[in-house]
Ligand binder design. Structure first.
Ligand code: ADP
Ligand code: MG
Length: 258
């Protein structure tokens, strides 16, 4: 199963993605958690100690590896392979914690149009490999957009979860994402309500989200907030936030199996 998580900055994407990954892993699935947000912090949401995740370099920064795999050598303008071998990379360059393998994608600065470097080719191939060829459960934590997904790979995403909080801006972002997703051929787009405090928040989201199916809600939790300050993962805190994501996951799995 391939699940991508997106939404406006700060709404709780990483929190939801981290808990989802740990829940699947607890059930015995092999899980690849992919941090595709330039502001990468999925590691801490998974409960990976800083000393460990500091060791891994994002794939976007592995210039030498990209050059080796693509056969690029002569600098700008030289020929290189656009579909380099990448199937060994997830195992080689991940940090594993509680059954979840974390990969850091990073981002490659986009030059002018038509600029395509070995790092791009590597990232693109890797994304394709993760979404199309892998048997594992893949949970992808993305930025407030779906730029990482291109034509050809987007169709392989089983579900795009758009996280929204009670607030107009996050809902606007969600609607923009939905329309982009449709253009890319993503068939299943769902919303997840996050940081809700009361029934009024739940109703606000229900009323303002048009044409986007809601899978459920995650409540604002003081414990999660505190845990973040102390460097503890929300999954390990447990309680209602984890239960919220657990029921969202159950609904999602039921929908996808239908
Ligand atoms: N349900 C929640 N209850 C309390 N705090 C939360 C909740 N979800 C997220 N947060 C906090 O909000 C901040 C942003 O969450 P994060 O998951 O990193 O959002 P995003 O990935 O969308 O930017 C973090 O400090 C996080 O601990
Ligand atoms: Mg995040």
């Amino acid at each position: 199963m391939k699940i991508a998580v997106t939404g406006k900055g700060g709404v709780g994407k990483t929190t939801v993605a981290g808990i989802l990954a740990r829940l699947f892993s607890d059930e015995g699935y092999r899980v690849l958690a992919v941090d595709a947000d330039p502001d990468a912090n999925l590691a801490s949401a998974l409960g990976i100690p800083e000393s460990q995740y500091k060791k891994i370099t994002p794939f976007s920064k592995m210039k030498k590896l990209a050059e080796e795999r693509t056969g690029a050598s002569g600098g700008y303008g030289s020929y290189f392979i656009l579909n380099p071998k990448v199937d060994d990379l997830p195992e080689k360059y991940c940090v594993e914690h509680q059954g979840v393998k974390l990969l850091l994608m990073g981002t490659v600065e986009q030059g002018g149009s038509g600029c395509f470097c070995p790092e791009h080719a590597l990232l693109k191939s890797l994304m394709k490999h993760l979404l199309i060829e892998r048997e594992d459960v893949v949970i992808m934590d993305m930025e407030a957009g779906i730029e990482h997904l291109g034509r050809g790979t987007a169709e392989s995403v089983d579900a795009l979860l758009v996280v929204v909080e009670p607030g107009r801006r996050s809902i606007q972002t969600a609607m923009q994402i939905k329309s982009l997703a449709e253009d890319l051929g993503l068939k299943r787009v769902f919303a997840v309500g996050s940081k809700v405090v009361d029934e009024a928040d739940v109703q606000f989201i229900r009323k303002n989200l048009v044409d986007l199916e809601l899978l459920g809600f995650v409540y604002l939790s003081e414990e999660v907030k505190k845990a973040d300050l102390e460097g503890v993962s929300p999954f390990d805190v447990g309680g209602m936030v984890v239960e919220g994501v657990r029921s969202i996951k159950a609904r999602l799995v039921a929908k996808l199996n239908n």
